[in-house]
Each structure stands twice: as structure tokens, then as C-alpha cells.
Design a binder for this molecule. Structure first.
Ligand SMILES: [Mg+2]
Length: 217
């Protein structure tokens, strides 16, 4: 599935690829609605419904990923709330072995995430992921999300990447489609971003359930 002799840099998504999306799903679908309900005197179901419709209105935009925007919009300190549950930030099964494999084989590891720089730093520290990276880019630096046209050209300029030698791994179909349109030839989809939920159906991209599938035995 991956011809490693042709790859010297691996571009890695964070949430749902290296880190278990369980944390984010728990935070946005359970923890935040409970706290929001308490603050505004709503039922948890009402809070969830409101937060979901607000979230849907931002989907696909950089603001959807922006903790500062969210904090301002809902009148709560989202970064502080995320910190309260940081003990739930975990690697996806096998992700640490994969990072060690990349390190042992001299591949450059670059994180490319839509997470806000504050959320990114919080997770890099909480998980220990920061120790494995040669570079890290939050899409907020470019004022475009990874699924927005123009993102991949900007990243290439900033990071000086030869996309022919890069493998990019992400769990989001919209992100992978944008990367393909902007000239990244080696793409791979993680099919089970949340270890507690069923895998997603296969798409037009090669997909993996576990990093074992792309590590030579
Ligand atoms: Mg992701």
C-alpha cells in the first residue's frame, strides 16, 4: 500500500489519525453540552441541540476549529474546559509504534492539523506526540482549513515540501479530496478515527484500520 522507498516525509493529521477522536467526540458531544447546560440553565439535550446547530453553521470553515472563536461565541473558556479533560487525550491504537517506525527509518514527520494552535499544543504535551515531530503546522497559520482551496499550495511554500516524496495520512475525506486536487499523489485514509465507534466505509482513497497495515513486518 505504501512504497516506502519513494517517501521521505510523512504529513500527519492529528485528531482521528494519530490521536483518538474519542477525546474530541467526548468533549463536544458530552462534556461541553453538560457544562453549557449548567451555565445557562438548560437541559443537556437542549444544550446539545443548540451547540450542534451552531457547530453545523460553521462546518468546513476555520472558525469551526478555532477555540477563541468558540469561547467568544458561547461565553465560556473552551481552552480551559479542554484542559480539564486533557487526561483523556490518547494515541490511536498502534500510532506510537508507527511514529517509532518512521523515526527508525529516517522519515521526516510533519504534523498538519486544523486544530487551533492552543488546542494543538495542549494535545502535543498531554500525549507526548510533540517529541516525535520534526515540524508542526496549524492551518490557522494560513487562515485556511485543510479542506479549503489553496491550503496545500500555501503549506508547500511555507514548508518547502516536495509533494512527490510525501505521504499524507488523514481521516477526513473532504481534506483528502482537497489535497488530491492540489497535487498530493500519495494519500491514505484512517477509517476508524474514534476507537469506540465502528469503522467508516471505504472511499476512493486507500484506507487503513490500523497502522500495522502499512508497516513492513
Ligand atoms: Mg482528523
Amino acid at each position: 500500500m505504501v512504497n516506502w522507498s519513494k517517501i521521505d516525509t510523512v504529513l500527519l493529521d492529528m485528531d482521528g489519525t494519530l490521536l483518538d477522536l474519542r477525546y474530541d467526540n467526548y468533549f463536544w458531544l458530552e462534556y461541553l453540552p453538560e457544562r453549557y447546560a449548567r451555565q445557562y440553565g438548560l437541559t443537556v439535550a437542549e444544550a446539545l441541540k443548540w451547540l450542534q446547530s451552531f457547530s453545523n453553521s460553521l462546518h468546513g470553515t476555520l472558525n469551526w476549529y478555532c477555540v477563541d472563536y468558540w469561547s467568544e461565541a458561547i461565553g465560556m473558556d473552551v481552552e480551559a474546559l479542554k484542559l480539564e479533560v486533557r487526561h483523556l487525550v490518547h494515541f490511536r491504537p498502534g500510532a506510537l509504534d508507527f511514529l517509532e517506525f518512521l523515526h527508525d527509518n529516517g522519515k521526516r514527520c510533519i504534523l498538519v492539523t486544523n486544530a487551533h494552535p492552543k488546542a494543538m499544543e495542549l494535545k502535543l504535551v498531554a500525549s507526548g506526540l510533540g517529541d516525535y515531530l520534526h515540524a508542526r503546522y496549524s492551518s490557522h497559520l494560513f487562515k485556511l482549513a485543510k479542506e479549503n482551496t489553496g491550503f496545500w499550495g500555501k503549506l508547500q511554500q511555507e514548508a518547502g515540501l516536495d509533494y512527490q516524496r510525501c505521504l499524507f495520512i488523514d481521516d477526513s475525506l473532504n481534506v483528502l479530496r482537497c489535497a488530491r486536487e492540489e497535487g498530493l499523489p500519495h494519500l491514505l485514509q484512517v477509517l476508524q478515527p474514534d476507537s469506540t465507534l465502528p469503522a467508516r466505509p471505504r472511499s476512493e482513497f486507500p484506507g487503513i484500520l490500523h497502522f500495522d497495515e502499512i508497516m513492513p513486518a
